[in-house]
Ligand binder design. Structure first.
Ligand SMILES: [Zn+2]
Length: 445
């Protein structure tokens, strides 16, 4: 599989394009994207190319509701990176979790339909998005150059394409729905339960339909809210809650040529990651929040605890919880659905399944990428713990180190490095609590 950034567009002409010209250009981009996608997909037989993606009747709601708390104590071993031996799930509970993860892992695979992705782009104002991306990437480039020292721009062109797509999607395209307004009079509605999908809704893949009743006395019409799980259907309905948002936006990121992940979270949330070729790492995106690269949003921003954050793509699966939970002692939710060694096994299993038809070289490349990401995730936790400890003992680190005294300063630095090293060893060895509660850390946000 080729890296899927689209080719950098030539610098736009300064004279304004007339309509005909811009249409020709837009058509050409569509063509380039389409051809690129076909080439990409024909080189990987991992996916069925026939027909449209099957309507998803296998799991109606993309976000299973939170399971009741389990009596066993929370286990954060995977966060601590104890080398675990992947272990096959045997007990009923682990097997349930395995089946659930396998089922969830299908979501991004359903996006891999070149014909439908081409069609999806017809809903996107590509010309506007490419212009915005071009402009932003030039600004970032100029900023980097002004800093000198061969500084690299913060984001690359394809990142800027996805950022522009995100702005458009959130501001002009997709609509958030709690209770849908009455279709007849526009008044607010009240939820009255669930209804069976009618044949049309069923044909479009809705397994669940929420039913609402108009609150206006003279109207009393019923309003249906089918929960569609087919990203291509969502292009027409253009509304929903977090599941619909992530599903439709993830598909559109794929349509503009990015590598995409669908991230499932066990605490009732779901979001997207896109691979940045420029930064050589996965970038968090929450389309509902128009959030780009803000992985601490849920924990430090919303003060939520997160259990599992599992990223699925068409060619892999990864437990990315450490990207989102930097301080496990404050923000880790319990992970009791299966032993950590079993979770590793399930991840390996899904990865192997997604890659079974890939060329050896491609598999090798993806494995390298997984290893780099694991290193990155480990590093995130280690630096976060180090920062916590430095906040806990600022006096010990700095009290005696007068800035004018290089020796004292050096000693303080050595102590700091030593502390960091101790924490790193502990985080990697998994002994003791890696994250002492920090009383000074309350109410940071
Ligand atoms: Zn009404």
């Amino acid at each position: 599989m080729a890296e899927s950034s689209i080719r950098r567009r030539p610098v736009p002409q300064r004279n304004p394009l007339d309509d005909a010209q811009s249409k020709v250009l837009t058509d050409r981009f569509r063509q380039i994207l389409s051809t690129k996608r076909m080439t990409e997909l024909s080189t990987r037989s991992v996916l069925s190319r026939s027909g449209s993606p099957a309507p998803s009747r296998d799991f109606s709601s993309p976000i299973p509701s939170r399971q009741p708390s389990n009596a066993s104590p929370p286990s954060y071993t995977s966060l601590r990176n104890i080398p675990l031996v992947p272990t096959e799930p045997k007990d009923a509970k682990s097997l349930r979790f395995k089946n659930m993860l396998h089922s969830l892992s299908n979501m991004p695979v359903k996006w891999e339909n070149p014909g439908l992705l081409d069609e999806a782009l017809l809903s996107v104002p590509l010309e506007q998005i490419y212009n915005e991306a071009e402009e932003e990437s030039q600004v970032l480039q100029a900023e980097a150059e002004s800093l000198g020292n061969g500084k690299k721009a913060a984001w690359g062109y394809q990142d800027c394409v996805v950022r522009a797509l995100l702005r458009w999607f959130k501001r002009s395209f997709f609509q958030w729905v709690n209770n849908p307004a009455c279709g007849k009079c526009g008044c607010p509605t009240i939820g009255v339960g669930m209804a069976a999908p009618n044949p049309d809704e069923q044909a479009r893949g809705a397994a669940q339909v929420e039913l609402y009743k108009c609150s206006y006395e003279q109207c009393q019409e019923y309003e249906r809210f089918p929960r569609y799980t087919d990203a291509f259907v969502l292009l027409q309905t253009r509304r929903g809650r977090v599941g619909e948002w992530a599903n439709c936006f993830g598909m559109l990121c794929r349509a503009v040529g990015s590598r995409v992940r669908w991230v499932w979270n066990s605490d009732d949330h779901v979001w997207i990651e896109v691979y940045s070729l420029h930064r050589k790492r996965w970038v968090h995106i929450d389309p509902c929040e128009e959030a780009w690269d803000k992985p601490r949003l849920y924990t430090e921003g919303w003060n939520k605890k997160l259990g599992y954050c599992i990223a699925f793509s068409a060619d892999g699966a990864m437990d990315v919880t450490r990207r989102y939970v930097r301080n496990p002692s404050l923000h880790a939710n319990e992970r009791s659905r299966a032993p950590e060694a079993v979770v590793l096994f399930i991840m390996d299993e899904i990865r192997a399944m997604r890659r079974q038809n890939l060329a050896k070289q491609e598999k090798f490349r993806l494995e390298g990428e997984d290893m780099r990401e694991n290193r990155e995730l480990r590093q995130l936790v280690v630096s976060s713990i180090t920062a916590e400890v430095c906040k806990m003992f600022p006096d010990a680190l700095y009290q005696n180190s007068s800035r004018s005294d290089p020796d004292a300063q050096k000693a303080a630095e050595a102590r700091q490095n030593e502390a960091a090293e101790r924490i790193r060893r502990r985080a990697e060895g998994g002994h003791g609590n890696p994250n002492p509660q920090n009383p000074h850390d309350q109410g940071r946000h």
